[in-house]
Design a protein around this ligand. Structure first.
Ligand code: SF4
Length: 326
């Protein structure tokens, strides 16, 4: 059995305009030590998938109405809030999008690492401090004993992100969910953080669920990819399969939007239109309004994921047996 198995996940919010279901039939697996990239444009449902896994979605008013989340042989959806508090930070940790606001401004950064260690590992302050300094050293923070006593506002964005990663790894979690961990950083710092992640995944035994809109980051860090569009997984497979033989028109378009170093390009390709709001999801294939291959049945029928190869699945009628455009 996989470390994490998400299947048939359906999420509902209640708005003044009626119920909204931003996730539907979301499913993927993550093996121990694997790095899975969850990719899609802004508004596709990536971050709420992460929040659903650790059951933080109810704090935003969401409700999981269908599906299952099995982590380390345990059904997370049947866990109480008290039980989830023991899992969050200890077995599953979350690195959120913005390092500028993720740390508490009134506490020293060292104490923020120690807090996570003391809560879950029950170590004395002296032992926890030793572990915190060691973690800071592993994160490539220069003069960790000095930085330990500094406040977040005294650190650069890159240093703050290293502290957040140290907190996330402080209890040796089996799964780290990293939600756009490089998006708020400038490009040189992004490259350093990607290097750091690549070193850490060798050193720690944790699996990573990397949420990103950046396929370049996926190519550098992941073993497998799940492409998400309008609350559905539309294609999933190994990095090699998705990058070298993508099937879904959305995946193909995302890859075509990446500038090519070895080709002269007058104009950068862009996917026409935008991701629909969950209140206005099309009834059939949700990519229908933006798809150049759309057929009549795409308008009314929802394509399920079908196997196209050993480790490659796609949700598109182009690849089903009777894709005759009826
Ligand atoms: Fe395009 Fe139809 Fe495939 Fe959807 S199912 S991606 S509309 S061809």
């Amino acid at each position: 059995m996989s470390l994490l198995e998400v299947s048939g996940l359906k999420l509902r919010f209640y708005s003044l305009d009626g119920p909204i279901e931003p996730l539907d039939r979301v499913g993927f697996q993550l093996e121990e030590g694997e790095v899975l990239g969850l990719v899609g444009e802004t508004g596709c449902g990536k971050s709420i998938t992460a929040k659903s896994i650790i059951k933080l979605i109810s704090y935003s008013g969401g409700e999981i109405i269908n599906g299952s989340i099995i982590f380390d042989h345990e059904d997370l959806l049947s866990k109480s809030e008290k039980e989830m508090q023991k899992i969050r930070g200890a077995k599953i940790s979350l690195i959120s999008q913005d390092p500028m606001t993720s740390l508490d401004p009134v506490y020293r950064v060292g104490d923020q690492i120690i807090e996570a260690i003391q809560v879950h590992k029950k170590l004395h302050y002296k032992e926890a401090k030793k572990k915190a300094v060691e973690l800071m050293r592993l994160m490539g923070i220069p003069l960790p004993k000095k930085v330990f006593y500094q406040y977040p506002h005294e650190l650069s964005g890159g240093m703050k992100q290293r502290i957040i990663i140290a907190i996330a790894l402080s209890c040796d979690p089996a799964l780290v969910i990293a939600d756009e961990p490089t998006t708020a950083l400038d490009v040189t710092i992004q490259a350093q953080i990607i290097d750091l992640f690549n070193k850490l995944k060798e050193q720690f035994q944790s699996a990573f669920l990397l949420i990103t809109h950046d396929l370049g980051v996926v190519a550098q860090m992941c073993n497998s990819v799940a492409i998400m569009y309008a609350g559905n997984i539309v294609e999933k497979g190994s990095v090699k399969k998705i990058f070298h033989s993508p099937n879904h028109p959305y995946t193909k378009s995302l890859l075509e939007c990446i500038p090519k170093m070895n080709q002269k390009q007058k104009k950068l390709m862009a996917i026409p239109g935008s991701v629909p709001h969950p209140l206005h999801f099309p009834t059939g294939c949700r990519f229908y309004p933006r798809c150049q291959y759309a057929m009549k049945k795409c308008l009314s029928q929802h394509p399920g994921l079908i196997k196209v190869d050993n480790d490659h699945f796609v949700a598109c009628f182009k690849y089903s047996n009777n894709s005759n455009g009826e």
